[in-house]
Design a protein around this ligand. Structure first.
Ligand code: NAD
Length: 290
């Protein structure tokens, strides 16, 4: 069996996969590959599949399958799976990092001191204690965020039309969430329903000065409308790990918007998570017969 590791996985993974067959990270061996491992960078589309006549299994290390054409894989008899549970803690910690750093003004404090400024009286902070966190999507990652936010003394509410109950969050309508939340954190997959769901109409229903955090998918927000809300101050800040594409186009209006705090899609890329993704890949290969 030939296993091709196309994207960045744990450095120890090739050694762990060696008992299953020949392991390579050389994309030139795509034609020989029976198993292809991707994360977000490599797109499993018609072009790639046409160059991989022996391909039987695609493993996407991570939660979403946005970069894998699952319909095409099914048509070609290629099994396509992901590692849905490994990343929950890593991404939840990323959302918490934004949630703590933004009201604490930590990023402005650091960059202004680097610029030789001492903005002790200018940088007014706010606390998370007794504030309301609104989760849009209340699955595995959001649940880890909810636990952590509770430890900060936040009230946690959530909108998730596919859940009847939640262990921590009080489930509410999207309108109630928008009206009550001081911080809103996005945790949905990208679907026809969620694409562009954070638009001018929803933002208008939010509290003035709301903080928005997105570790879900970049296309769940309408960039121009969110950039306008950052410009007007309606949205006080946007902390995002996710983009319409990796990297975003240079003319993405959010890149130049005020009070945006950015990360280059690294939510799932903790050292520990890459190890857990590796554990799930090993289990998948143990069950797979080439
Ligand atoms: P999950 O499947 O456990 O949870 C997703 C939740 O969203 C589900 O409970 C579902 O009912 C809910 N949902 C679906 N449609 C909705 C809608 N229209 N409105 C509100 N809720 C809706 O998935 P998860 O593991 O928690 O991951 C959530 C998302 O996070 C992924 O789909 C992916 O887009 C993103 N993600 C990002 C990174 C990163 O690196 N930043 C890493 C992993 C996952």
């Amino acid at each position: 069996m030939h296993i091709l590791i196309a994207d960045a996985f744990d450095a120890k993974l090739p050694e762990r996969l060696a008992p299953f067959g020949a392991v390579s990270s050389d994309l030139a061996t795509l034609g020989q590959a029976h198993v292809l491992l991707v994360r977000s960078k490599t797109k499993v589309d018609a072009d790639l599949v046409a160059k991989a006549p022996n391909l039987k299994l695609v493993i996407r290390g991570g939660v979403g399958m946005d970069n894998v054409d699952k319909k095409l894989c099914t048509e070609k008899g290629i099994k396509a799976v992901n590692t849905p549970r490994a990343s929950s803690v890593a991404v939840a910690e990323m959302a918490m990092a934004f949630m703590v750093a933004i009201p604490a003004r930590l990023i402005e404090a650091h960059t202004s001191m680097k610029d030789g400024k001492f903005l002790k009286s200018e940088l007014k902070r706010t606390e998370l204690f007794k504030k309301t966190l609104g989760l849009i999507g209340a699955g595995a990652i959001a649940s880890e965020v909810a636990k952590r936010a509770q430890a900060f003394g936040m009230e946690v509410i959530a909108f998730d039309p596919y859940l009847k109950e939640h262990a921590i969050a009080r489930l509410v309508s999207l309108d109630e969430l928008a009206a009550k939340a001081d911080v809103i954190s996005l945790h949905t997959p990208l679907t026809d329903e969620t694409r562009g769901m954070v638009n001018a109409a929803l933002i208008a229903k939010m509290k003035d000065g709301v903080i928005l955090i997105n570790t879900g998918r970049g296309k769940c927000v309408v960039e121009t409308e969110l950039a306008a809300a950052l410009q007007s101050g309606k949205v006080r800040a946007y902390g995002t790990d996710v983009w319409p594409s990796d990297p975003p186009p240079a003319d993405c209006p959010l890149l130049s918007a005020p009070n945006i705090f950015m990360a280059p899609h690294i939510g799932a890329s903790s050292k520990e998570n890459l190890g857990r993704i590796g554990d799930e890949v090993v289990l998948i290969l143990q069950d797979f017969k080439a």
